[in-house]
Design a protein around this ligand. Structure first.
Ligand code: PNW
Length: 478
């Protein structure tokens, strides 16, 4: 324990942020020339989202940006992470047609942030592919990589004089797996064991092209940084004494973290475990092994295409080995591992989000050791509330305190180069398939009120104190 409290002090210039995503907050789904994204289409279908809710209005941030800015100021954030709606900027997905109303909206947001001394971190793609591009095959279509690179270059050109922190893709794992394997997220494909690998592969190709475009054409004058945000659980064997579970844990980490981190940060290819498992399983079931595609010669290199590590961390898992004896292909059958929640862990409002703050410290160390000690931004981390709104969200306050203590230990005791932390999320917002039933905000949004009034949670007040002191409390008092 530290007596003088210095250990809880964060480095000077530590980035204190909160994050949001366009579809989850903006609303204005068809306003001013915006075309539909795959999330508009998905939510307008029946039976896929909690109570058939959708992001048509969401927090109406497209109209209420000034309210969001007030929230940002009230917290005293140094950084704000937002995403751009591709189909708001480029309604046909390409630079053939630019929607000036969309450009003006984001210009205003970016300029207001800078005028308030808040540094923007901008994500180009947070799950909301223009529907017109989905109609051409979406992430399964090889041609998407060049179209994305064109969109990225347009954004660098348009906003890069002021935006210096870029995230190309948010959570390719979630987009590939939940969107193309499980069918739980847009575009809602259920194609086990095939489409997720292809979609993931094209996302990596798209990201790499965008990074190379920045590196060659924009970095010399704009001097910014570009990465992609990777989500990962921290995983440990259920029984550390079981060699089967230790091996299953390695597979679990390879198929979640390594799937995208290995090509970009480690080797330029997928983890060897992933390749060998998919090959073996394909052989067994009589499928081509190239359902996990190769990185072709002559394509832009993927290795080294990130200027920092952007990590979204929510939770941890204990891992057990599973085998899928049936003849069907699946991601899980390839992985032969299953993550379970340790019964001793407290859970948040959603069952998947077990509260495991020291898992973050372990994952940060793992990144340091396996990815050549990169500088790291924690681009998302947060705690879900469900059921009745509780503005005195003491469990969430404890969650942030405990988590930030682990981050400070990673920095001071382990020497991990953590540059910043973004709470998910600034506002209660549209939580994808869970609709508005799950709330992650530091501000509550009153959906029953026509003005969609924002009210700070106790955890928001606490976060503001932490930011003001550049330190987190080491004990339970705050
Ligand atoms: C992230 N899972 O997504 C996203 O980046 C946010 O948009 C989202 O609101 C936040 O986490 C909270 O869920 C995830 O099923 C979506 O494990 C699904 C999962 C994890 C993260």
């Amino acid at each position: 324990m530290n007596v003088d409290g210095r250990e809880n002090v964060f480095p000077k210039d530590f980035a204190w942020g909160a994050a949001t995503a366009a579809y989850q907050i903006e609303g204005g789904w068809d306003a001013d020339g915006k075309s539909p994204s795959i999330w508009d289409t998905f939510c307008h279908g029946k039976g896929v989202v909690f109570q058939d809710q959708n992001g048509d209005v969401a927090c109406n941030s497209y109209k209420l940006w000034q309210e969001d800015l007030r929230c940002i100021q009230q917290l005293g954030l140094t950084h704000y992470r937002l995403s751009l709606s591709w189909s708001r900027l480029l309604p046909d997905g390409t630079t053939r047609h630019i929607n000036q109303k969309g450009v003006s909206y984001y210009n205003k947001v970016i300029n207001d942030l800078l005028a308030s001394n808040v540094t923007p971190m901008v994500t180009l793609y947070h799950f909301d592919l223009p529907q017109v591009l989905q109609d051409q095959g979406g992430w399964k279509w090889a041609g998407i990589a060049d179209v994305f690179a064109g969109y990225a270059a347009f954004c660098f050109e348009t906003f890069g004089d002021r935006v210096k922190l870029w995230v190309t893709l948010n959570e390719p794992y979630v987009c590939a797996k939940l969107g193309h394997e499980d069918g739980l997220f847009a575009p809602g494909l259920r194609d086990p064991g095939v489409s997720a690998y292809l979609a993931g592969h094209n996302m990596l190709r798209a990201h790499a092209r965008a990074w190379h475009g920045y590196d060659a054409l924009f970095r010399p004058r704009q001097k910014g940084l570009v990465s992609l945000a990777l989500n990962s659980d921290w995983a440990e064997p259920r029984d550390p004494g079981s060699p089967q579970e230790v091996a299953a844990t390695e597979r679990y980490m390879a198929f979640t973290f390594g799937w995208f981190a290995s090509p970009v940060f480690m080797t330029g290819d997928y983890p060897a475990t992933m390749r060998s498992r998919i090959e073996a399983r394909s052989l067994e079931l009589g499928f081509p092994a190239d359902r996990l595609p190769g990185f072709a010669e002559g394509e832009p290199r993927v290795l080294g295409t990130a200027d920092f590590f952007a990590l979204n961390y929510y939770t941890s898992r204990r891992v057990k080995a599973v085998s899928c004896p049936s003849g069907a292909l699946s991601f899980k059958g390839d992985q032969e591992a299953e993550g379970v929640v340790d019964p001793s862990w407290p859970v948040s409002g959603v069952p998947w989000l077990a509260v495991v703050p020291d898992g973050l410290r372990k994952l940060l160390n793992y990144i340091k050791d396996t990815c050549h000690n990169p500088s790291i931004y924690i681009t998302e981390n947060g705690f879900a509330q469900m059921g009745p709104v509780d503005l005195e969200d003491s469990q969430r306050c404890g969650f942030y305190r405990d988590t930030l203590l682990e981050v400070s230990k990673a920095i001071h005791e382990d020497g991990v180069d953590v540059r910043g932390y973004f709470a998910w999320s600034l506002l209660d917002n549209f939580e994808w398939a869970d609709g508005f039933s799950v709330r992650f905000g530091l501000f509550h949004v009153d959906r029953a009120h026509p003005e969609l009034t924002r009210t700070i949670y106790h955890s928001g007040r606490n976060y503001a104190k932490i930011i003001l002191r550049n330190a987190c409390p080491s004990t339970t008092q705050s």
